[in-house]
Design a binder for this molecule. Structure first.
Ligand code: PLP
Length: 408
C-alpha cells in the first residue's frame, strides 16, 4: 500500500494541472475517457519544439527544419515499436481516431464497397465508428449491419458470426467501449473475420492507454487511436495499416508532402507514409505524442493495468451500495471506468453538483447514442480512471454522489 502511494504521488507530481483547485476544492479529474491530463514531460516536449526547433518539416535544408524533421520522424519509429508494427511507414499520422477512421472509410472503403455490400460494426461503437461507415453506405448503396449487445454490455459473438455473410466486405470494431468499459475479444473476432478474408479496423481510442497493443499479434488490418487520450496532446493520432493495404489505397487528401512530382497533366503520389499526410502536419503534437509514449513506458503497462483495475474494483464496490444507483455496463472484461445512472436524477444535474465539489466527470451520451437508446437512459455519469487517480479520490466521488442524492 505505502509503495503504491509513493508511486502514485510521484506520478501525480508530474501533472501540473492536478495542483489546481476547481470551485475552491482540489481538482479530482475523472474525465480521462474524454481526454487525459498531460505530464510535464509532454508539455516540455511541445514547448521545446516551439522554443528551439520550430520549422516546417520534410522540405528544408536548414538546421531547424532538419532537427524538426528528425524529431517528428523519430516519433514514427517510436509508435512503430510501441504497437509492434512491422514497418515505420505503416504508421500514418492523423488528426486523431476520427481522422483515421474517416481516412480508411474514404480511401479504402471507397474502392472496396459496392452497391449491396455490407459493413459490420457493433452496437457499442462511438459515433466516430458509425457515421463514416453510414456515409460510405449512403454513397455506395451498401448496408450497415450491427452486432447486438447484451444487457451486461457484452457483444453477442454468436450473432457476430451469424452476421458475417458473403456480402460482408469490412468490419470495424471498438477495442474498449468508452461508455460501457467493455473490453472486446478483438483477437478472436479478427480471426473469425479473417477466416472469411474480411479486413478489420480496430478503434483503439480507449484501449491504447489501458493495455499494450501488438498489431502483428492481433493481425488487425487497421488500428486507430488518438494521442490526447494517452497523456499526449490533442489534434494528433495514429492510423496503423498493413503495408499492402495502404499501398493499394488512393490518397485521402491532395496537397503538399503527399506528392513526388506535380504537373498540370498528372501528379505522381509520394510513397508511404507521406502519401496519406497532405499538408503541414501537427508537428508539435507529433513530438508531444512521442513524449506521451515515453511517459507510458516509464510507468509500464503492468502498473497501469493493475492500478486502474484496482480503482475500478474499488469504485464498483463502493458505488454498488448506493440505493437507486444502476451501473450501465457490467461486462466481465472491463477497462478502468464506471458508468451509471441515479434513479430520478438527470446525469446533467449530477455532473453540475459534482463539479461544485471539484469533481470532473463526464455526463451524457458519450457519443454513443445507440448505447443509451439500448439501455433506455438519456445518458450516464461516467468516471474514467487514469494512472494518476487514487482510491481517496474515488472515496470523494462516493461522498459526492451521496450529496447529490440528498439534494434531490
Ligand atoms: N472512439 C472511441 C471509442 C472514443 O472513445 C473516442 C473519443 O472519445 C473516439 C473514437 C473519437 O476520438 P477523437 O475525438 O480523439 O477522434
Amino acid at each position: 500500500m505505502s509503495e503504491t502511494l509513493v508511486d502514485i504521488e510521484s506520478i501525480r507530481a508530474q501533472f501540473p494541472i492536478l495542483q489546481r483547485e476547481v470551485n475552491g476544492k482540489p481538482l479530482i479529474y475523472f474525465d480521462n475517457g474524454a481526454t487525459s491530463q498531460k505530464p510535464q514531460s509532454v508539455i516540455n516536449a511541445i514547448n521545446h519544439y516551439y522554443e528551439y526547433e520550430n520549422s516546417n518539416i520534410h522540405r528544408g535544408v536548414h538546421t531547424l527544419s532538419q532537427e524538426a524533421t528528425s524529431a517528428y520522424e523519430e516519433v514514427r519509429k517510436k509508435v512503430q515499436k510501441f504497437i509492434n508494427a512491422e514497418h515505420d511507414h505503416e504508421i500514418i499520422f492523423t488528426s486523431g481516431t476520427t481522422g483515421g477512421i474517416n481516412l480508411v472509410a474514404s480511401s479504402f472503403g471507397e474502392n472496396l464497397i459496392r452497391k449491396g455490400d455490407e459493413i459490420l460494426i457493433t452496437a457499442m461503437e462511438h459515433h466516430s465508428n458509425i457515421v463514416p461507415w453510414q456515409m460510405l453506405c449512403e454513397r455506395k448503396g451498401a448496408h450497415l449491419k450491427v452486432v447486438p449487445i447484451s444487457k451486461e454490455g457484452e457483444l453477442d459473438l454468436e450473432e457476430y458470426e451469424r452476421l458475417i455473410g458473403p456480402k460482408t466486405e469490412l468490419i470495424s470494431l471498438v477495442h474498449v467501449s468508452n461508455s460501457l468499459g467493455t473490453i472486446n475479444p478483438i483477437k478472436k473476432m479478427i480471426d473469425i473475420a479473417h477466416a472469411q478474408n474480411i479486413p478489420v479496423l480496430i478503434d483503439g481510442a480507449q484501449a491504447i492507454h489501458h493495455t499494450p497493443v501488438d498489431v502483428q499479434e492481433l493481425d488487425c488490418d487497421f488500428y486507430v487511436f488518438s494521442a490526447h487520450k494517452m497523456y499526449g496532446p490533442t489534434g494528433v493520432g495514429v492510423l496503423y495499416g498493413k503495408e499492402e493495404l495502404l499501398n493499394d489505397m488512393a490518397p485521402y487528401q491532395g496537397g503538399g508532402d503527399m506528392i513526388k512530382n506535380v504537373t498540370f497533366e498528372k501528379t505522381i503520389y509520394n510513397d508511404l507514409p507521406h502519401k496519406f499526410e497532405a499538408g503541414t502536419p501537427n508537428i508539435a503534437g507529433g513530438i508531444g505524442l512521442g513524449a506521451a509514449i515515453d511517459f507510458i513506458n516509464s510507468i509500464g503497462y503492468d502498473f497501469i493495468i493493475q492500478h486502474e483495475a484496482e480503482l475500478s474494483r474499488f469504485a464498483t464496490s463502493q458505488l454498488r451500495d448506493i440505493k437507486g444507483l444502476r451501473f450501465i455496463g457490467t461486462a466481465k472484461e472491463r477497462a478502468g471506468l464506471v458508468s451509471f445512472v441515479l434513479d430520478g436524477i438527470h446525469p446533467y444535474d449530477t455532473g453540475v453538483i459534482l463539479d461544485k465539489l471539484g469533481l470532473a466527470l463526464r455526463t451524457g451520451h458519450h457519443c454513443t447514442q445507440p448505447v443509451m437508446t439500448f439501455f433506455e437512459v438519456p445518458g450516464t455519469v461516467r468516471a474514467s480512471f487514469a494512472v494518476y487517480n487514487t482510491k481517496q479520490e474515488v472515496a470523494r466521488l462516493v461522498e459526492g454522489i451521496d450529496r447529490v442524492k440528498r439534494m434531490f
